[in-house]
Design a binder for this molecule. Structure first.
Ligand SMILES: [Zn+2]
Length: 104
């Protein structure tokens, strides 16, 4: 029986995705032809999961510290710092005007 699974890129949601070898652990790697990013369908490492990175950003915006975030999400403090540094570089280079909305 042939089973087709539609896979979309986790970065740009494009369906132009091809296989791109395997990790040493045997997990299939995928490459997006649209944005040229490499990704896996499922991550075993908490720090590599896209939803973890999003939670780190959300918790930082809500005033949580690095040690708080590390403890709650189950990632190392180094992972939290790396994600926040990458975010800082991204914000300083690609978005010139940031509007912060406050709930009052
Ligand atoms: Zn993509």
């Amino acid at each position: 029986m042939l089973v087709m699974q539609t896979v979309e890129c986790i970065h740009c949601k494009s369906e132009k995705v091809v296989k791109n070898g395997k990790r040493a652990s045997g997990v299939q790697c995928l490459l997006c032809r649209n944005c040229k990013e490499s990704f896996q369908l499922e991550y075993t490492n908490n720090g590599a999961k896209p939803e973890t990175k999003l939670m780190i950003i959300k918790m930082t915006l809500n005033g949580s510290g690095i040690r708080d975030i590390s403890r709650v999400l189950g990632v190392s403090q180094g992972t939290v710092i790396v994600v926040l540094k990458k975010l800082k570089i991204l914000l300083s280079t690609s978005i010139p005007n940031i509007v912060i909305l406050k709930n009052e």
